[in-house]
Design a protein around this ligand. Structure first.
Ligand code: NAP
Length: 320
């Protein structure tokens, strides 16, 4: 039986990845910040909380990581822990950049010290590319990060490349574009639109406050994207892969689709200057052909198909 460690196990991707690895018969060790304060609701929702060995570990502290690796001798380590909100990173730039980059360096250094055969997956982000001049984004596109979050992810990405090239570690990134699910936290756009639209429908909310909704993003479905994470660590050689749907959709189109489905009038959309960001990427979509060809990863959902799934799941779980 293989052992995998997942950091960020309490997050959206951590929960879906843990479910996938359990289905593949892995022993899954999940890293949490603290036993007392960790929110296990996503693991409980997927009914896997009691199947995972939870371990408290401070990822800013190398000795704790080294002890953990020695204790479990994992085959694979999936690093998903991060301050993951672009918006919040403008309010907490130092905390975001410090944690998101130092934790990765600590993990790589610990693997180098304890066992170079541990395979390492880094959750990289399309946000790293930022101000692009040419679309679609491929693995070769130059980076021009536009937020503290993007800077932190670019730093982590290059640390992974450096440990792979300098020390021969089996370390690779999945560069994931936005991916959504019922388990997304409420501060993310798509989740917020669906939850608040249902609240408008129920008469609990009057309007939907939004920032710049004329930007376009490449959105996908999280349970399908975590399959690519696993595939990335099963290859003969470590490499980086873009994981995306291949098409972008505007935030306005998403709102109008959800409103239309729920029978809500478009005049409920209220522009809120507080929700605009200092810098924003206008349009971004990727090319997933390397992942499809080399990993054998398949993905053919349009984001409107995903929205149908998300609306139905949200409705099922709605509190009356
Ligand atoms: P998420 O739901 O926000 O989960 C983030 C996880 O990181 C949580 O388990 C959280 O733990 C943990 N974490 C945050 N700050 C931490 C800290 N200072 N110390 C220890 N743990 C900390 O994010 P996600 O959507 O699952 O994304 C997983 C990873 O993929 C992240 O690295 C994210 O940046 C990256 N990514 C996500 C997307 C996307 O669209 N979802 C796209 C590209 C890349 P707590 O529960 O204790 O807060």
């Amino acid at each position: 039986m293989k052992t995998a460690i997942i950091t960020g196990i309490t997050g959206q991707d951590g929960a879906y990845l843990a479910k996938l690895l359990l289905e593949k018969n892995y022993c899954v060790v999940g890293i949490i910040r603290s036993y007392n304060n960790s929110n296990l609701s996503k693991l409980q929702y997927l009914q896997i909380a009691d199947k995972i060995k939870l371990e408290e570990c401070d990822l800013t502290d190398i000795p704790s990581i080294i002890n953990l690796l020695k204790k479990y001798q994992p085959h694979e380590l999936y690093n998903l822990a991060a301050q993951s909100s672009v918006g919040l990173s403008f309010e907490q730039p130092i905390g975001t950049i410090t944690f998101n980059s130092i934790s990765v360096l600590n993990l790589l250094e610990s693997i180098k010290i304890v066992d170079k055969d541990i395979r390492f997956y880094q959750a990289s982000s399309s946000e790293m590319y930022g101000k692009v001049t040419r679309l679609p984004i491929t693995e070769e596109t130059p980076m021009h990060p536009l937020s503290p979050y993007a800077i932190s992810k670019a730093t982590a990405y290059w640390s992974v490349v450096n440990y792979r090239e300098s020390y021969g570690l089996y370390a690779g990134s999945g560069v994931l574009f936005n991916h959504e699910s019922y388990l997304r936290t409420d501060n993310f756009f798509v989740k917020k639109v669906i939850k608040n639209s249902l609240a408008i429908k129920q008469g609990k909310l009057h309007e939907l406050n939004v920032g710049n909704i004329d930007i376009k993003r490449d959105f996908g479905y999280a349970p399908e994207y975590v399959k690519a994470m696993w595939l990335i660590l099963q290859q003969p050689h470590p490499e980086d892969y873009i994981i995306c749907s291949g098409a972008s959709v505007s935030l306005r189109e998403i709102i109008l689709y959800v409103f239309n489905k729920l029978g809500i009038s478009a005049d409920k959309i209220i522009s809120d200057p507080k929700l605009f960001r200092p810098t924003d990427i206008k349009d971004i979509y990727g090319d997933n052909s390397k992942a499809k060809k080399q990993l054998g990863w398949s993905y053919d959902l349009s984001f409107f198909d995903v929205l149908d799934i998300l609306i139905e799941e949200e409705k099922k779980n709605i509190v009356a």
